[in-house]
Design a protein. Structure first.
Length: 314
């Protein structure tokens, strides 16, 4: 007899938490990084993030209205997508590109798959990838203290002395950890992102092994390839991706072992793109690539079944 529904092997998670509560906890965890962005980039950070969030909410509302679905544009997921998109683009990006990127993030990154819970790829990174493909100069022009310039990773990639890449630097590692350098809006301060990640681990919203394995892999591999491993992990979007994107419960594996494999793959891809590729930063593309591999990871790395019948019936 055929069955309509198929239940995966136990144990299953039961929780009183709602999607809305989880989403707003993640938003709360992003507050330190947002505060650092406002401190570093000023009012421009407020404007860009506001435009990004409002575009996501409006786009999702219109999509749900057109598809005659329940309106869930305010459950926190659209707000989170808008914040994350703002965090992975430069503060001086033209606002019209921000609007287009967020429309793509919601429509092609989320709604086309059926909405929240069905998307394969991280929506914010889908939007970023589209903007980068369409306007590559805009996505790679950064600002620090109102001046355009290169990120540390870009500078090292092009052979620029590190002392020139870090603006008015007194201690390169402290500056990199605290965020005293150019970069995308929400990725400059590893400390702020670490605080937010610690909050999510405390709330048990994310698996600590994902950021640990992902960051640790990048540290080891870039060191083995002759780079400065501390600068590699404190620069670029590694901390943002490790704590807030690679841990996304919709686009990451369902098992603990699967998540470790996922994180290991991310660390390898990021290291290869940074050290051997033509682009200085590879976190966004690595996450999108591994998002596509998640169904295979879930298929071949499954939890152990409890109970069952042996071949001899015992």
């Amino acid at each position: 007899m055929s069955t309509i529904l198929k239940t995966g092997p136990a144990p299953h998670i039961r929780t009183a938490e709602t999607v809305e509560s989880v989403m707003y906890d993640v938003i709360i965890a992003l507050i330190p990084a947002f505060a650092m962005a406002v401190y570093t980039f000023g009012v421009r950070a407020l404007i860009l993030t506001a435009v990004s969030v409002l575009t996501c909410i409006l786009t999702e509302y219109l999509c749900q209205k057109a598809l005659k679905r329940d309106i869930e544009a305010f459950d926190g997921s659209a707000i989170l997508t808008g914040i994350l998109f703002a965090f992975v683009v430069p503060a001086i990006m033209p606002l019209q590109y921000v609007v287009v990127g967020n429309i793509v993030a919601i429509t092609l990154g989320k709604m086309v798959y059926g909405g929240l819970g069905h998307n394969i790829f991280n929506p914010a990174l889908v939007g970023r990838a589209f903007v980068q493909a369409s306007w590559p100069v805009a996505i790679t022009t950064f600002a620090f203290d109102g001046k355009a310039g290169a990120t540390v990773l870009d500078a090292m990639k092009r052979g620029i002395p590190l002392s020139d890449a870090l603006l008015e630097n007194t201690n390169q590692y402290i500056d990199a950890f605290l965020g005293q350098m150019g970069g995308c809006l929400g990725e400059t301060s590893s400390l702020a992102l670490l605080l937010g990640g610690a909050y999510l681990i405390y709330k048990k919203h994310i698996d600590w092994k994902v950021p640990a394995v992902m960051i640790g892999t990048v540290f080891v591999l870039t060191w083995a390839m002759g780079a400065d491993p501390l600068m590699q992990i404190f620069s670029g979007g590694l901390f943002l991706g490790a704590f807030f994107m690679a841990t996304d419960m919709v686009t990451s594996p369902t098992t603990s072992k699967g998540r470790v494999v996922f994180a290991l793959g991310l660390g390898i891809l990021i290291s290869l793109i940074r050290m051997k590729g033509g682009y200085p930063e590879g976190t966004a593309y690595a996450i999108l690539i591994m998002n596509g591999v998640v169904p295979l990871i879930d298929r071949y790395i499954r939890p152990k079944k409890f109970g069952g019948v042996s071949k001899n019936g015992k």
